[in-house]
Design a protein around this ligand. Structure first.
Ligand code: FAD
Length: 550
């Protein structure tokens, strides 16, 4: 198979020669380098490469070129190769143009000339971009075939599980593929359950348990040891961060994740507010990077293994898995997160992170300054968000299903909302559709009393229709609030009387010494990727402080 292309474009022959030389020095084995000395010549090359059925992985383009700027070239080139990574070469004076290009052409990065030494200033950025490109490039089909139907929930679950764990598979819709239906029926041997998974060696799984399938496709599902310094439950941003810090600070660390590393964030198309990713990053990319980092630093990552119970005996904590196995540790971090309730309406998933948000954070308030935003939900959290957005947005519409705002919201908040001029309250309304090109542009509302529909312009929807913490497996091992969110730090003493020691609980420490909670599962958490990462990271320093005491 021919190598993917890296296309370098610069009108200065010396710079073009230098950049091509540096690119060849590192990437010649996996990529073909093509150089063009103008935007027009580069566009010709783009079309030729496309006509030959080949692919471009990365554009590295000078911004300041006569007749066609780097940004103008990228606008055209991305129509042909939308997946290719886009990097601009700029002079220091042009950084403003490069930052503008992040939005205009979805620029991935910009590099300031000169890029010497390339080991420091060029290769790390290109390695990163090419790793992302590789991870998202269509993967060669390597064996697993999933036979099912588009509307079968169990088929969807297995497909999602394989995709989130980056296992390549081929889906065969047996409703629309006769030959596939016959193969599936033969493999199923009379069973009507879906999906049927056929591996390359012809092993058949019928609606398989995820851990069984995981083991069969080579996902690490069994811990290597019975005892660790630190066990982390949950592989979302908090758990991944805790694993990175635990392992890097010398603790033998294992992370146990029941589905796929990445957690809620892993399902997000684009996280726009996480520091260091000016163009935003998909949850899947963020998770992939974090897994690589945690593994490189020595953390063990176990997937498709679910924690069923936690037992504490003095300084030792034992974690029981649903397959009946158990492992023990000196310190435990619970980072099992939560599930937000979603609206099941057309357009919803497409705009998650691009106009549809869960919860509210001040960062998004800034993004939607002077715009009209919608807050969906009728409980206090929705009311508080409406008040917060009313300070910065031009208008806030609170959409509530019930006929009375006071049904689920505290009276003081109902009064406060009533007194704020730019908050509009729509009761007995339900959002039934969200539309737009690449971000939310309008929503369709149903009047639940009259059955009438109305379409309105909208730039953002903030969803507050409930959340369920993943803390059932803890039983009453650690103290939680009435909804199951875990008390930590000072809250343990404020809301419970079970703390057993003279010292105060450490920050993030639960009602059981040596058991910590981080991220969304914690009562009072700011439900954001950055705060989950922050809590997972700092939890490890409190683990050290705890270990010093036992
Ligand atoms: C669609 C979507 C988009 C979002 N977009 C943004 C955004 O753009 N910016 C932003 O800042 N925030 C965003 N958020 C919020 C953000 O993703 C969360 O705040 C963050 O993921 C919380 O991280 P966490 O590690 O605490 O928990 P989670 O991400 O919930 O991860 C917890 C993990 O624990 C695992 N687990 C649970 N129970 C067990 C068990 N018993 N055994 C083993 N494993 C278990 C789960 O499978 C899960 O993988 C978004 C959330 C969603 C749902």
């Amino acid at each position: 198979m021919s190598r993917p292309v890296i296309l370098a474009v610069d009108d200065d022959p010396q710079v073009l020669a230098a950049v091509t030389r540096d690119l060849r020095a590192r990437y010649a084995e996996g990529y073909q380098m093509i150089a063009a000395d103008s935007g027009a010549a580069a566009l010709e090359a783009v079309h030729e490469i496309s006509e030959r059925g080949r692919t471009i992985s990365l554009f590295l383009v000078d911004q300041r070129m006569p007749s066609m700027s780097g940004t103008e070239f990228l606008l055209e080139a991305q129509k042909v190769f939308p997946e290719a990574k886009r990097l601009l070469l700029t002079a220091y004076a042009d950084t403003e143009a490069a930052i503008q290009a992040i939005n205009a052409v979805g620029l991935d990065q910009y590099l300031i000339k000169p890029w010497t030494p390339p080991d420091e200033k060029l290769y790390p950025i290109l390695d990163d971009a090419l790793d992302d490109w590789q991870a998202n490039a269509v993967k060669p089909f390597e064996g697993a075939r999933v036979f099912g139907t588009t509307w079968s929930p169990t088929t969807y679950e297995i497909k999602a599980f394989l995709a989130r764990n980056e296992v390549p598979y081929l889906f065969i819709d047996i409703d629309n593929d006769e030959e596939g239906a016959t193969t599936a029926a033969e493999a199923a041997g009379g069973s009507t359950e879906l999906p049927i998974v056929l591996l390359e060696d012809n092993t058949v799984f019928i609606n398989p348990d995820k851990s069984v399938l995981a083991e069969a496709v080579g996902i690490h599902t069994v811990p290597a040891f019975p005892f660790y310094d630190l066990i982390v439950v949950g592989g979302g941003p908090a758990g991944l961060a805790a694993s990175v810090y635990g392992a890097s600070e010398g603790l033998s660390t294992v992370m146990i994740e029941r589905e796929a590393p990445g957690g809620q964030a892993g399902t997000s198309n684009r996280i726009e507010n996480y520091l260091g990713f000016p163009k935003g990053i998909s949850g899947a990319d963020l998770a992939r990077r974090a897994i690589a980092q945690a593994t490189r630093l020595g953390a063990e990552i176990i997937t498709a293994a679910e924690v069923d119970k936690v037992e504490v005996a003095g300084p030792l904590k034992t974690v029981h898995l649903t397959d009946g196995s158990e492992l023990t540790c000196r310190a435990l971090i619970i980072a099992s997160g939560m599930t937000v309730r979603r609206l099941h309406i057309p357009g919803y998933e497409r705009f998650e992170g691009a106009g549809i948000y869960y919860g509210a954070a001040a960062t998004e308030a800034a993004t939607y300054r002077d715009k009209h935003v919608y807050v969906i939900g009728g409980a206090n959290s929705a009311g508080q968000a409406a008040v917060m957005f009313s300070r910065t947005s031009s208008k806030v519409t609170l959409v509530v299903r019930s006929g009375d705002l006071g049904e689920k919201m505290s009276a003081y908040l109902v009064d406060q909302i009533g007194a704020i001029e730019n908050i509009e309250v729509l009761t007995s309304r339900s959002v039934v559709e969200v539309t737009g090109a690449d971000r939310v542009e309008s929503i369709r509302l149903e009047d639940l009393d009259s059955g009438a529909y109305e379409t309105r312009e909208a730039s953002a929807l903030f969803i507050f229709v409930g959340a369920v913490p993943h803390s059932d497996f803890l039983g009453d091992a650690v103290e939680q609030n009435e909804k199951g969110f875990i008390y930590t730090g000072p809250d343990v003493r404020s809301f419970t009387d079970t703390w057993p020691l003279d010292r105060d609980p450490l920050p993030l420490e639960t009602s059981v010494p040596g058991v910590f909670a981080a991220g969304d599962v914690r009562e009072g958490a700011v439900r954001r990727v950055a705060s989950a990462v922050g809590e997972g990271s700092i939890a490890v320093s409190f683990v050290h402080r705890y270990l010093d005491t036992v």
